[in-house]
Design a protein around this ligand. Structure first.
Ligand code: MN
Length: 251
């Protein structure tokens, strides 16, 4: 993780007015990249545009000048700027947009486990979770990197697996993906039926198979003390448990 440069300053900006649906995020991204400003832009739920920007003082001043006006179609009625601590971002990213889909399967192989799959640049990256995922931020769950996933193999697995959860996800963190995964620390937001909110995958060892921890971040979706695997065992597709699937196959 890179430390913020000593000269870097950072601000959080909230823009109101006609600022959504006018190309604000894409234009801010280009302007930030031109100026060497790092951080993120996202649409707020209340029609505002939210920005975290960090960089040299002259670059930030020019970026804030751009924010006062915005792209041609925008009408900025108010701009609130709060100085904050630089966070050491290494990119300027649009947040709050789907990066692809995620799937969690419960799978009866030699050892029963869950598989987490994240679509990263069109390819499914997969981790085996011996104990499954959790919504409790105090519980870290082992996640074994099983590499880019073979779709044909995953379809065959379906005979002894259920789709336990699925949905879309957003990439987060200070480092751009897939670099974040290559470096062993990837932050993301899941929009599933059971798994929701911020998560992190943190690599802890790389031999023999890369071991990671799946961690629920402390946010409004966190459920301290919960056990989502025990509480919500049904397939999100067929509303059956894996045990029911297996007994139908053998019985
Ligand atoms: Mn599996």
């Amino acid at each position: 993780m890179a430390e913020p440069r000593a000269s870097a300053k950072a601000v959080r900006a909230t823009l109101r007015g006609a600022v959504q649906g006018v190309g604000f995020r894409a234009t801010a991204l280009r302007r930030a990249r031109d100026l060497g400003v790092l951080g993120w832009v996202r649409n707020g739920e209340d029609g505002a545009v939210l920005i975290h920007a960090e960089g040299s003082e002259p670059a930030l001043e020019r970026f804030v000048e751009f924010l006062r006006v915005g792209p041609a179609q925008a009408h900025v009625e108010s701009l609130e700027i709060d100085p904050v601590k630089p966070e050491g971002h290494e990119q300027f990213a649009i947040r709050g947009v789907s990066a692809g889909r995620f799937v969690v399967r419960e799978h009866a192989a030699t050892n029963r486990h869950f598989d987490l799959q994240l679509e990263v640049e069109g390819e499914m990256r997969a981790w085996a979770l011996p104990k499954g995922p959790t919504m409790d931020p105090a519980v870290n769950r082992l996640a074994i990197d099983t590499g880019p996933h073979d779709v044909a193999a995953s379809l065959e697995e379906n005979a002894r697996a259920i789709v336990w959860d699925r949905g879309g996800y957003e990439q987060g963190g200070r480092v751009a993906w897939p670099e974040a995964i290559a470096r062993g620390h990837a932050v993301f937001v899941l929009h599933g039926e059971k798994l929701r909110g911020g998560f992190a995958l943190q690599r802890t060892s790389s031999t023999p198979k890369a071991q990671w921890l799946l961690i629920k971040r402390r946010d409004a979706d966190a459920r301290p003390g919960s056990d989502v695997v025990a509480e919500q065992p049904l397939s999100v597709l067929s509303a059956v448990t894996l045990d029911e699937v297996l007994s139908q196959r053998t019985g």
